[in-house]
Structures are given as C-alpha cells and as structure tokens.
Design a protein around this ligand. Structure first.
Ligand code: AMP
Length: 116
C-alpha cells in the first residue's frame, strides 16, 4: 500500500486536530468540514477501503463505529442525531486510500446523493 496523508497523520508527521486515539484507532477533525461537527475515524492499520478489508478486520471496523458513537455523545450531538458515512472507491467519491468513517452532525443534513 502506498503512503498517504492519513498514514502521515498516524505517524504524527503532519498535524491534525485529534479528538480520540488508542492503539488501534485515531479520530480527528476533517480539514474541510461539511457540517458543524465533522470527524474522521480511521484504523491505524493500513486498510485501504471496505473493498480490501479482510474478515479479520471486522472487529476493528466495528470498533470504528463504537468510537464514532462515543465521540458523538461526548460532543453532545447524540440526541439530535448524526450521519456516519464511508465512501468506497472512485464512484463512491473516496479521495484518500485509507479507510475512514465520517461522523457528521451538529445540523440537519441533506442527502445530496446524485450521479455526477
Ligand atoms: P473521502 O472523500 O471520503 O475520501 O474523504 C476524505 C476526507 O479527508 C475529506 O473530507 C477531506 O477534507 C479530508 N482530509 C484530507 N486531508 C486532510 C487532513 N490533512 N486533515 C484532515 N482531514 C483531511
């Protein structure tokens, strides 16, 4: 797997506004937020996307959702709700080839899903 911006953030080679970290996962604020709360939850393991994840990655991917849920609770957006989004590959709009879960909230969000 080639190097990418998220691997550099994991290695602390470039800065990020980190909101959660443990041995397996990192969560930080998106640099171009699409909502008042926009956090990215990523595995430290270099998993490129849902397409390339292995069955053994299922626990870590499940944990990404638990961490996103806990961050939403800590940022007080749980009650009103939020959106969790994973883009997969070119047609899914994935720009960074390292699996990431978007946590979006703090406002009522539109769907805005349509072919380009
Ligand atoms: P995606 O389009 O699903 O691959 O999302 C990639 C996300 O990474 C976009 O929302 C970008 O704004 C975000 N992003 C790219 N570079 C950085 C960075 N250095 N720090 C934080 N977020 C970033």
């Amino acid at each position: 797997m080639q190097d990418n911006i998220f691997l550099k953030i994991i290695r602390k080679e470039i800065p990020a506004d980190i909101v959660y970290e443990d041995a397996e996962l990192l969560a930080f604020r998106d640099i171009h937020p699409l909502a008042p709360v926009h956090i990215l939850v990523i595995p430290k393991k270099p998993i490129e996307s849902i397409t390339t994840m292995e069955p053994e990655d299922a626990l870590i991917v499940g944990k990404m959702f638990l961490v996103a849920r806990d961050i939403a609770r800590d940022l007080n957006i749980s009650e009103k709700g939020y959106k969790l989004l994973i883009r997969v590959g070119h047609d899914g709009g994935q720009e960074v080839p390292h699996l990431h879960l978007h946590l979006l909230g703090g406002a009522r969000l539109t769907e805005n899903i349509h072919p380009i």
